[in-house]
Every structure is written in C-alpha cells, then in structure tokens.
Design a protein around this ligand. Structure first.
Ligand code: HAM
Length: 411
C-alpha cells in the first residue's frame, strides 16, 4: 500500500472529476457504498480459492461478524440496490479504494482506486454499448490515444456451462502439457486457464474450443447487437474469444480497455461486463446488471507513458512576506483568500531573505512584502516573481484589485 503525495493526489482527484463530467450528463448519479461489507456480499466474485475471492482481506470484527474490505465496488452496489429497491433502471457511479492481497508490482497495488459505473434493471444490448462507449469517451477526454478495446461474450449461463465442460475436457486431455499451477487452476476454474500468460500453456490454450461455438440464439443475438452498436458509434474494438476476466459473475458481454503503452501483464486500465445473480445473491429480486470499473492508479501510469493529462500544480496568485512579526500576513492572507485569490505565506517570523526564498519556491506569481515602512504607510510592495515586471509600492486598499488584474502566470 502506498501514500499518494501532493501534487499526484490532486491529479487523481481531477481524474475522478473528469469521470463524473462524462457520466453525470448521461444520467448516472453518484453512490457511496461502504469499504467494508459482510463477506457474503463478495461470495459471487470467484470460485472458492480462485481469482479475486482468494485475494480478499477478510477478518472478524469486534462484534464477531465475518467482514471483508471490498475488493471491488460492483458487489456492494448490488447489495445497496437489493436493500433500497430503487426504481429501475438504476444508473449509478462511484469511486474509491479497493483492497486485494495481490503481489505488488508496477500498476498493481494492494490498495488501489477505481471509478465505477453500474446500471441495474436493463437487459438491452444497447445499454452495453452505452456503458462501453462512456469508458471509451473517458479515456479520450484524458487524452489517451493508445487504448485498445477488446470485447467478448461468455454466452448465457447454460452456454457458458456447456463451454466450460468442453474446455475442461480439452484441457484435461492435455493436462500433462500444462504448468503445475495451471493444472490447479484447471481443477478450480477451467475458464481462468485461458488467462494464463505461461509460455508452457499456450499451445493447449490456442487449440482449445472457443465460446462462440456454444452461444444460444439469444446470446448470439445480444452480442451481435452490441457489436453493431459499437460499429455505429465508430468505436474500434477487437473480439477476443479468450477474454474471461478475473471475476466469476459475468454472463454475455465482457470487455476490457488495454493501454498499449503499458507492459502486457498489467495493461488493463479498465474492464467490465454483464452479470446476473449478484443482486439475488444479496437478497434482491432477479435483476440484470452491467457496469465497468477503471483503475485510477493504472490509468494515471498510462497517462504518464503517453505524456497526457499532466500534473497541474496549484498556481498561487501571491505569497505574503511579512517582516513585521507576521500579524499583517495573517490579515492579508485572510482578506486575499476571501476575495478568491490563492495565497500562501511564510511563518516563524523568518528573515526577509528566508521568506523570499520560500516565495520563490512556492511558484506564486508575486510576493506581497510588508516591512515596517509599509506598515506605517498603509501600503505593500508587490514584486513580480517571473518576467521583467517592476516591483511597485501600492496602497493596501488597492491590493486586491491589483492582484485580480494581474495577468495569470503558469509555472
Ligand atoms: P477488474 O477487472 O477486477 O474489474 O478491475 C477493473 C480495473 O481495476 C482493472 O482493469 C485495473 O485497471 C484496476 N485494478 C484491478 N486490480 C488492481 C490492482 N491490484 N492494482 C491496481 N489496479 C487494479 C472489476 O473490478 C469489476 N468490478 C468491473 C465491473 C464493474 N464489472 C461490472 N461492473
């Protein structure tokens, strides 16, 4: 787990703001769900001992309840829907930290932030298109160019079950070719084998049957509509029949956004899909759902790699240097801030030289200097810190308008 220091932290917040600016005008309202839930809320995320469920931080709280830190946001949103029974369709978005006990590496952390959106109560494939398109639009707004969208359909639960059977039979026949860890995965969850990046497993995976051959008419029709919708919106995508994703609740549409600038192990900057059974699993009525989650930390790494969505240090309008004891600086910063200006100051009654050094380092456009003479005369000295502007002594009463009129400098 990491600390996120300023100014990086402000950039992460701006990213969430940008997400809100994309999804709120599309009818999504912000929902806050708890970071800790009863462990049962997450029971549908993976077969025992597999995938996200094996990475959960679980513990007993002081009341003897078995709880978990959320490894993702979707299940909590479904729990919230089951509890409050809002009128469907329920279009919500959320953001915040998630916890997975994974091996940390670049782009993979044990505490990481996601932005997430979900729609509950609509089965229409054109909603899948809306959800996928909103994620696409978000990445475009950040300025990311090298994002690849991959889509798949896992079919209806029955199709998927027949497929898993055929896949397990195929992989079982070739089990001696597979890595020992992969054989374990095969025993727990054959689909997840398709996710294996191990060289040794690739021949058996390439020769495996593909899900497309198992679609019912309904599933095939749904997937067809999704692709037609994406085509109509001009959103480029690849169909990847082996895209299974790390969570077990999916049916029909699944998708991922891959950042081509990132190395392939951790290149998924977002993903999602349709699910059912989640709302029911937490006591609600049968409810179709679809959503996506985008990894904030990983997306910012992709932005760095592409040189987009840069850090924007807060530009200070002024830095107050007071060598009369500091009380004047207290009054001035308070007045200037009340007028909407961004202002900092020096403390500890340090020397003029030391305070000017701070002013320099602060990146402020000007230093506002108060010495004994200025204090007596009711004036201040305004010294531009950049360019070749002259320093000027002005009446204190004119300071606010003087600063508001000054051209903005960015450092
Ligand atoms: P997910 O694919 O597990 O899906 O996570 C979504 C995104 O979160 C990933 O693409 C990645 O960018 C980021 N992420 C996941 N794990 C980590 C980690 N350990 N460190 C850094 N970033 C990470 C879900 O979470 C589903 N809830 C998505 C969804 C919403 N499906 C339906 N609705």
């Amino acid at each position: 787990m990491r600390d996120v220091l300023p100014p990086q932290s402000a950039r992460a917040r701006r990213l969430v703001d940008e997400f809100a600016r994309v999804v709120e005008p599309a009818g999504y309202g912000e929902l806050a769900v708890p970071l800790i839930e009863d462990v049962g809320v997450f029971s549908r995320l993976g077969e025992a001992g597999e995938g996200v469920s094996k990475e959960m931080y679980e513990f007993e709280d002081r009341g003897g309840r078995h709880v978990a830190l959320r490894p993702e946001i979707t299940a909590g949103i479904c729990r919230s829907y089951a509890q409050h029974r809002p009128t469907p369709p329920w279009k919500v978005w959320s953001a915040g930290p998630n916890f997975r006990y994974e091996r940390p590496q670049r782009g993979r952390f044990r505490q990481f932030d996601q932005v997430d959106l979900e729609v509950l109560g609509v089965d229409d494939p054109l909603l899948d298109v809306e959800v996928i398109a909103l994620g696409w639009e978000f990445f475009a707004r950040l300025g990311l160019r090298r994002v690849r969208l991959v889509v798949n359909s896992l079919g209806e639960p029955d199709d998927r079950a027949r497929y898993v059977e055929a896949l397990a039979a195929h992989l079982g026949d070739r089990a001696d070719e597979l890595a020992p860890e992969t054989r374990q995965t095969l025993a727990n969850n054959p689909l997840r084998v398709l996710d294996s990046k191990r060289e040794q497993d690739q021949a058996a995976i390439t020769a495996a049957p593909t899900i497309g051959d198992f679609y019912s008419d309904a599933a095939a029709g749904h997937f067809d509509q999704v692709r037609r919708g994406l085509d109509r919106l001009g959103i480029p995508y690849d169909v990847d029949a082996k895209l299974v994703r790390g969570l077990d609740y999916y049916r029909r549409t699944t998708f991922e956004y891959l950042a081509e600038s990132l190395d392939s192990a951790q290149n998924a900057i977002g993903g999602g899909g349709r699910y059912d059974g989640l709302v029911e699993a937490v006591g609600g009525p049968p409810t179709p759902g679809i959503g996506l989650a985008i990894g904030v930390d990983r997306t910012l790494i992709a932005c760095d790699d592409e040189g987009v969505f840069p850090l924007e240090p807060t530009a200070l309008d002024a830095f107050v240097v007071d060598v009369t004891g500091g009380l004047e600086a207290a009054a001035l910063t308070s007045e200037l801030r009340a007028a909407g200006l961004a202002v900092d100051r020096g403390f500890d009654n340090r020397s003029m030289k030391a305070q000017m050094k701070l002013a320099n380092r602060s990146g402020a456009a000007v230093a506002v200097i108060v010495g004994d003479d200025e204090l007596a005369a009711g004036s201040v000295v305004v010294k531009p810190m950049y360019g070749d502007g002259e320093q000027a002594t002005i009446p204190r009463t004119e300071l606010i308008s003087h600063l508001i009129d000054q051209p903005k400098v960015t450092t």
